[in-house]
Design a binder for this molecule. Structure first.
Ligand SMILES: *Cc1c(COP(=O)(O)O)cnc(C)c1O
Length: 390
């Protein structure tokens, strides 16, 4: 069957596993099947592989190996950080601060905690998708036990003032968790320079395998465990280790953090060409998120008078994988909570398109998208009933 070459621009949803990562995993999916808790040699080999990966993660983040805990991915890490800190510290207070633009793994966890008497403050964001640090200061109460604010947003790419947030949290003796799933591999992160107590990351967002992640827990943080059972991960997260996945994560984070500045510069060049090209060739287009303070590979725009889903279908026919901000739930279209939070009206938020790049994308692909997209938007607008209301 003839297959068009795919232009993959949905790297915030997931990334292609790199061949080096896959190669590193293969032994542990085949002959190296020993349980890391077993004492014979193939068990010990697996243990060594897990601990080697832990070292690679600690090195990439500039932290200690015993602050790294392997999980099943970003969602579990977010759940564990928030519920774990909440339940272990509820004697001190039951107030948590987060933002209105978090990933659902954070938002729905906070909603769940409300049922158990926790009070959550959802900070608003400015129109560029970044919090006002004064709002954070004002939201802090005597009973605040946790601040959970994402490093960079998965939809509009906006990067939060993590250093300042960490300082405020520290001054007030409040734990600070950050969902850094989108930041790892795109922005250099040095935990020695940031007052972060807990950090979530996920391998499949930086060319690693799906279903494996990390929760960094700073030494001394009071947190309960969520998965009870065996004594793995220092009695903090039960279950036989996902050895191959963990090895893949280690390799992926090593590769993702080598030359990160150079990679980031390359992505910014592609991103800027894409944004400029779209804004110049398609009228009535809005760039969502901060023009500068955004993830190197994130482009998110709204085209007035049309719906994101129809753009995606037509792009797919041209071999381009992209995403819209809207989530299609039970047949009804809900615009993204992030686009609504930055103040876009429903009808504009519906017309969103997110293109997220990785270092595997090329200049030629950007040019192809810039040739393909304007006629698609024009055709959809010609058919749109909304445009006549203009
Ligand atoms: C993808 C993502 C998650 C969820 O990670 P999984 O490993 O897919 O569970 C959480 N937060 C952000 C910001 C993400 O982009």
């Amino acid at each position: 069957m003839y297959m068009k070459e795919l232009i993959y621009m949905d790297n915030s949803a997931t990334t292609r596993i790199s061949s080096e990562v896959l190669d590193s995993m293969m032994p542990y999916l085949t002959t190296g099947y020993g349980n890391p808790s077993s004492i014979y040699s193939i068990g010990r080999e697996s243990r060594k592989a897990v601990e080697n990966a832990r070292e690679l993660v600690a090195k990439a983040l500039s932290c200690d190996t015993n602050e790294i805990y392997f999980t099943s991915g970003g969602s579990e890490s977010d759940n564990w950080a928030i519920k774990g800190v909440a339940f272990a510290n509820e004697n001190k207070g039951k107030h948590i601060i987060t933002t209105s633009i978090e990933h659902h793994a954070v938002l729905h966890t906070c909603k769940y905690l409300e049922k158990y008497g926790f009070e959550i403050t959802y900070l608003p964001v400015k129109s560029n998708g970044i919090i006002d640090i004064n709002d954070l200061k004002k939201a802090i109460r005597k009973d605040t036990i946790l601040i959970s604010i994402m490093y960079a947003n998965n939809e509009i790419g906006s990067i939060q003032p993590i250093k300042e947030i960490g300082e405020i949290a520290k001054e007030n003796n409040i734990y600070f968790h950050t969902d850094a799933v989108q930041a790892i591999g795109n922005i250099p992160i040095n935990l020695k320079e940031l007052n972060i107590d807990l950090l979530s990351l996920s391998a499949h967002k930086f060319h690693g395998p799906k279903g494996v992640g990390v929760l960094y827990i700073r030494k001394g943080v009071k947190i309960s465990n969520m998965i009870h059972g065996g004594g793995q991960e220092k009695n903090m997260r039960a279950g036989t280790e996902n050895v191959a996945g963990i090895v893949g994560l280690g390799k992926a984070i090593e590769l993702a953090t080598i030359d990160i500045e150079k990679k980031s510069k390359y992505l910014i060049t592609l991103r800027e060409r894409l944004i400029k090209g779209i804004m110049e060739s398609i009228p009535d287009t809005i760039l969502n998120g901060d023009p500068i303070n955004r993830l190197p590979g994130n482009v998110n725009v709204c085209f007035k008078y049309i719906e994101g889903e129809s753009i995606l279908l037509l792009l797919d026919m041209k071999g381009i994988c992209a995403s819209s901000g809207s989530a299609c739930t039970s047949g009804s279209l809900n615009p993204s909570h992030v686009l609504l939070a930055i103040g876009l009206p429903h009808e504009i938020a519906h017309g969103s398109l997110r293109l997220t790049l990785s270092e595997e994308n090329t200049q030629e692909e950007i040019e192809y998208v810039l040739e393909t997209l304007p006629p698609i938007i024009q055709n959809l607008r010609n058919m749109s009933p909304l445009i006549n209301e203009k």
